[in-house]
Design a binder for this molecule. Structure first.
Ligand code: SAH
Ligand code: SF4
Ligand code: F3S
Length: 488
């Protein structure tokens, strides 16, 4: 199996659009069966799901390919979070339909959030695809593909209350062999008024911790050195011991409900050489217990993605975020008390939500000044059909005002990111090497504990190693340095 180099970089420090890009994949050559090409859009959850899809179809004899021209089956794993995300997929589908004119046997499927949101619309009205499968329907893919083979169109958008794909070992796509995602929960119960996710991903459910630890251990044994635990709201992870894992949990000293802090600790104990990251923390739910667990384990990375969305309590209330500006700043205060100033804090921001005034916008900017985020994903509000905001409020901020406010937010974040990077110059950072730098094969790159990319001359170092790097200069997006130990 050959891993292709990829430009997928989920936390690309230079982008303002969270994870909108794509790229397949891993080439497999068992020669057994048909070839599958998957493109993933949206959040890390979707990338992680594509790895589950590849695993399910591998068992049915499909090999993955990185070349769409060689594919028998093309899947787009899609995102609905903003209108633009859906437009990107539509354009791509039209292009792929062009390919189909020369190769009518090509099977085209839409997976993920857009499949869930639009359901039969993509099959019937737009006739762009042969197959539609929502995020909880991936076990059904072999059957759906057979249906298409028999000349039908196929759809399953059933949302489950308990599917977590716990028993499926994902096939690592786009893998650098060092870092991997592990889904620990699915769905979301929060109902932020702007957000489509509760409708596309269904009810929140947590995954069996035993299967999570087994996956982390397996990754470590295969040479991986960093895992990112994924969920829309990791702080509400909870698992009540069941008959089949009571004894296993008791051995770990847990007799009651497993919390996110418990889970984090168990993953951290897999090996001190395995780094742990997690995303996303919800400001209303992040507990002191989680912060103390982070402080106790060197290998839990000191970075918290704590999306604020807005600095105005009035807007936060309309967004149904469940916290005020003051509460949020209180949580930031606790992070600093328990983890010190060295813990990175990053955010998501939405400019121009319904009824947002200039004062509300100024409150977002002033909150940014107070917190000094290391990095943020920034968007202007995009009304999504079916959400509570679409039903209850008017999308009344002019696009020109939304984009002007967004520009101001981006400008401020750029200044803060640069300041944050400048504070790291002259310091020595522990870096886990992920591979070559994007620009030169003479340089390697990796990340420090706060998730910042550091580039340095290669020497005799290789990916998967931990090195100490003295940072000597920086740009707004990258730290640049040299290895000081271990010497190459
Ligand atoms: N579960 C995460 C966020 C998932 S969506 C959380 O609660 O923080 C990622 C980000 O997309 C959100 O944080 C928000 O900033 C942005 N987003 C979601 N819906 C949006 C919309 N309708 N318009 C613009 N941005 C949106
Ligand atoms: Fe969407 Fe809110 Fe759930 Fe995040 S917590 S996925 S923003 S509903
Ligand atoms: Fe997009 Fe669905 Fe993720 S809407 S952001 S792919 S959960």
């Amino acid at each position: 199996m050959e891993n292709l180099v990829t430009d997928l970089n989920i936390l690309d420090q230079n982008t303002t659009e969270a994870c909108e890009t794509v790229k397949t994949t891993t080439d497999q050559h068992t020669g057994k069966g048909r070839k599958l090409y998957i493109e993933s859009y949206g959040c890390q959850m979707n990338y992680s799901d594509s790895e589950i899809v590849a695993s399910i179809l591998n068992k049915e004899g499909f090999d993955t390919t990185s070349d769409i021209e060689k594919a028998d089956v093309v899947f787009l794993n899609t995102c609905s979070i903003r209108e633009k995300a859906e437009q990107t997929v539509r354009h791509r589908l039209m292009h792929i339909n062009g390919l189909k004119k020369h190769r009518p046997e090509l099977l085209v499927g839409v997976l993920g959030c857009m499949a869930e949101r639009l359901k039969t619309k993509l099959l019937e009205e737009e006739k762009l695809v042969d197959l539609v499968a929502g995020p909880d329907a991936y076990r059904d893919l072999p059957k759906l593909i057979s249906q298409v083979d028999e000349g039908d169109r196929a759809i399953n958008t059933f949302l489950s209350r308990d599917e977590t794909y716990a028993d499926i070992t994902p096939v690592r796509l786009n893998s650098n062999g060092v870092t991997a995602f592990i889904s620990i929960m699915r769905g979301c119960d929060n109902m932020c008024t702007f957000c489509v996710v509760p409708f596309t991903r269904g009810r929140e459910r947590s995954r069996d911790p035993e299967s999570i630890i087994a996956e982390a251990q397996n990754l470590f044994d295969r040479g991986f050195r960093e895992v990112t635990l994924l969920g829309q709201n990791v702080d509400s992870y909870k698992w009540s011991p069941e008959e089949n894992n009571k004894a296993w949990l008791e051995k770990k000293g847990i007799t009651n409900t497993v919390t996110f802090a418990n889970l984090l600790e168990m993953v951290a104990q897999v090996s001190p050489k395995l780094r742990i990251r997690f995303s996303t923390s919800h400001p209303k739910d992040i507990t002191d217990e989680v912060l103390h667990t982070m402080a106790s384990y060197e290998n839990i990375c000191k970075n918290i993605h704590l999306p604020v969305q807005s600095g105005s309590s009035r807007i936060l209330e309309m967004m149904n975020r469940g916290y005020t500006r003051e509460w949020y700043l209180g949580r930031v205060g606790r992070i600093k008390e328990i983890l010190g100033n060295e813990c990175g804090i990053t955010s998501d921001m939405i400019a121009g939500f319904c009824s947002e005034t200039e004062e509300d916008h100024q409150e977002t900017l002033s909150l940014m000044d107070t917190v000094q985020y290391d990095f943020s994903y920034m968007f202007y509000y995009s009304e999504r059909p079916g959400t509570l905001a679409e039903k209850k409020f008017k999308d009344d901020i002019d696009l020109s005002i939304k984009t002007r406010r967004l520009d101001e937010i981006i400008k401020k974040q750029r200044e803060h990111s640069l300041q944050s990077n400048l504070r790291d110059v002259g310091k020595v950072h522990t870096v886990l090497i992920e591979g070559f730098s994007k620009k030169s094969v003479n340089d390697l790159q990796g990340r420090n504990t706060t998730n910042k990319v550091i580039v340095f001359p290669k020497g005799n170092h290789k990916k998967g190693d931990y090195v100490q790097v003295l940072v000597t200069e920086c740009t707004g997006g990258t730290l640049i340095g040299k290895v000081v130990s271990p010497e190459a």
